[in-house]
Design a protein around this ligand. Structure first.
Ligand code: GLA
Ligand code: ZN
Length: 661
């Protein structure tokens, strides 16, 4: 398993390069990522290219055995380009160009920018073609599905709509533009959502398409780059480093044509007071693995306290630097690259801490990193192992966009719905995949499809098939609400899913932050909040009923046999205890190996190959704890055999054995 660092030779005096490379080698660093913001050094003047400094840096690093990830530098065009083509910079919502001097501010559709971007990628990739030390290319940096409001982007958006709908009549009809006299009579009337009105005042069908367009538009930019890289660099794998940002692209489409997923992983360093966040790091990692349904990389990994554009956050506690990297391995990463080798001494990011502090004296965090590198070197045995899961949670960017466009009720967020289930399964030490809502579900026993709010025919069919063939499906409130155009379906909720769940929603009550009680059929009671679907069963049995309000006694959760399988419908939003109870029942019912008594914060994931299973046992909490193992398992690093484990905060043990139960 490989550990790497993000390094900026262009930020440092050349004298430091050799020292750095020596220390990297001695520490056990195997991969170095370079050059994602260095366009002004590679093309200091228009048409004058200089890769000599980068060649030197690469030589110094590779002569010490390091492999290189090179990045295209399109995130930050040099100032001479903006000087000559001021329109290459994005236009904001207010119609004005955004400020020069920050990064990520180029317009993906500006012809002048694209001409220069293609040329620098062409030059860079042909210069490094055939260099065996370059093991991957990264496109740009943390790409976002930006909204730019310039004339080129407006015309791209109109073309996207033309391609999708053909005529204005179809658009008017589909969007219901007659509402508020918004019918288009010419293409020129179609504008992106300018101005300061909140999204909620705009047509939700139009807004969903605008989000989809922005994502497709970003992906077009990615494709343009990957084509040039592949043309010149043949089989070198291509990626882009993604993250969870304000304008998220569709992850699945983004990586469709790329070779592997890479992710920027910054677990929060503040210890959560209410334990709510313990498993959320794992959630993000599982989502990343699910994008291509295969192992991935972390391209930027926590190395110190965060800062720069926010007040500084708490320093990573002892154990976090090492533990969170190993946790990424546990969830399917094969290479973890730490951001950054050294804290910046100049520029906007000075307070974002690297592995070595501004003093340039390696300290506590660095020594922990050193230890991590030594551990990773000993893990060759788990290379090539994969994660197999019986449980999947479905994710779709359509829902993410639609929920942002029209918030449902106070405090209800799409991601929170997914996390609630992920958290519950993780608590029982089972592997969970988070996958595209439209993929094949045959290999799973349990599928959770939280809020399939915007529906899709293929997905609906898949879900029916899955249950019919014996799968267990969990659906939730706000399912079946909209068609693919983000318009209401005029049927009783949950519309297309009514037959599958054997129940209908006769009315609903969006209660926001208020709370309610529900009673399960086994007598246990739980708190629910945010939303209450008042259900009427047709073929389902009642699993839980409401305890308060005018719908006291009415069904809140139902369970329906359908074909060979089972469909649960949860008409409300619970707290952790509710999901935990429900998930435990479902795991038992489906005969899935799990742990009933893991201390909160402890995760167990399994990576396996044809012959062996490796249990990664991780304490993602600040308290030492004991984990009872039902079997004797062997620590692959120390050879010790355990029945019971004492885990220090952020401690990871990798154990080998046949079966844990
Ligand atoms: C992101 C970026 C990096 C850096 C870090 C921390 O992850 O990709 O370039 O800016 O944030 O600031
Ligand atoms: Zn633009």
């Amino acid at each position: 398993m490989r550990i790497g660092v993000d390094y900026y030779p262009e930020h440092w005096d050349k004298k430091l390069w050799e020292q750095d490379a020596d220390l990297m080698k001695q520490t056990g660093v195997k991969v170095v990522r370079l050059a994602e913001f260095a366009w002004c050094r590679m093309e200091p003047k228009e048409g004058e290219f200089d890769f000599s400094w980068l060649d030197d840096a690469i030589d110094i690093l590779t002569s010490r055995g390091m492999k290189i990830v090179l990045c295209t530098p399109t995130n930050c065009p040099p100032l001479w380009l903006y000087e000559k083509y001021p329109d290459a910079i994005q236009t904001g919502k207010d119609g004005n160009k955004i400020a020069i001097g920050i990064r990520g501010h180029r317009c993906y559709n500006n012809p002048s920018f694209l001409k220069y971007a293609k040329r620098i990628i062409e030059k860079m990739t042909s210069h490094y073609a055939g260099n065996p030390s370059i093991i991957a290319w990264q496109i740009d940096n943390e790409l976002e599905a930006n909204f730019c409001f310039c004339e080129h982007c407006i015309s791209e958006f109109r073309d996207w709509l033309k391609e999708k709908y053909g005529t204005l009549d179809v658009i008017n009809q589909t969007y219901g533009n007659v509402v508020w006299s918004g019918e288009y009579s010419s293409w020129e009337q179609i504008k992106p959502p300018f101005g300061s009105y909140p999204n909620a005042w705009l047509n939700p069908s139009f807004m969903l398409d605008f989000n989809r367009y922005a994502s497709d538009n970003m992906i077009k930019f990615v494709k343009m780059q990957s084509e040039i890289i592949r043309k010149n660099c043949g089989n070198v794998p291509v990626t882009t480093n993604t993250w969870f940002c304000e304008n998220m692209p569709d992850f699945y489409k983004t990586f469709e044509d790329l070779d592997f997923v890479s992710y920027d992983n910054y677990p929060v360093t503040k210890i959560p007071e209410n334990k709510e966040e313990y498993y959320s790091h794992a959630f993000h990692l599982d989502l990343m693995r699910g994008i291509k349904e295969k192992n991935f990389w972390v391209m930027e990994q926590l190395s110190g306290g965060l800062g720069c554009w926010m007040p500084m956050t708490s320093a990573p506690h002892p154990g976090m630097i090492k533990g969170y990297s190993l946790q990424a391995f546990a969830h399917g990463a094969d290479t973890v690259v730490h951001f950054r080798w050294r804290t910046a001494a100049t520029g906007a990011e000075m307070h974002w801490h690297g592995l070595i502090d501004q003093s340039n004296v390696p300290g506590r965090r660095f020594h922990e990193f050193e230890d991590l590198c030594k551990t990773a070197e000993k893990l060759s045995e788990i290379e090539g192992t994969k994660i197999k899961s019986d449980v999947a949670i479905l994710y779709s960017s359509d829902q993410e966009y639609a929920f942002k466009i029209q918030p449902q009720t106070e405090g209800m967020y799409y991601f929170e719905q997914l996390k609630a289930f992920h958290d519950a399964f993780t608590k029982y030490g089972v592997n969970v995949d988070i996958i595209n809502w439209s993929v094949n579900l045959n290999n799973y026993k349990i599928v959770v499809a939280p809020t399939i709010y915007v529906t899709d025919e293929k997905v609906t069919k898949n879900l029916y098939e899955f249950v019919k063939n014996g799968g267990t499906l969990i659906l939730t409130n706000r399912s079946g609400v909209k068609n693919e155009f983000n318009n209401y379906r005029m049927e009783m909720l949950p519309t297309v899913f009514a037959e599958l769940i054997g129940a209908k929603v006769s009315e609903y009550d969006p209660i926001g932050y208020a709370e309610q009680k529900i009673q399960m059929k086994d007598g246990s009671e739980f708190t629910c909040t945010r939303w209450c679907d008042i259900l009427e069963t047709t073929t389902a049995s009642v699993y839980a009923t409401y305890g308060d309000s005018f719908y006291q006694g009415k069904p809140a959760i139902t369970r329906n046999s359908y074909g060979e399988g089972m469909a649960y419908y949860i008409g409300t939003v619970g707290r952790k205890a509710l999901y935990s109870h429900l998930v435990q029942n479902v795991l038992t019912e489906c005969n899935i190996e799990h742990f009933d008594h893991l201390p909160y914060g402890v995760e167990i994931t399994v990576r396996e190959n044809e012959s062996d299973k490796y249990y990664f046992v991780f304490n993602d909490s600040d308290k030492a704890c004991d984990v009872m193992l039902p079997n004797q398992l062997q620590d692959i690093l120390t050879g010790d055999i355990f029945n019971e484990l004492r885990l220090q905060p952020y401690d990871m043990r990798i154990l080998q054995g046949q079966s844990i139960q």
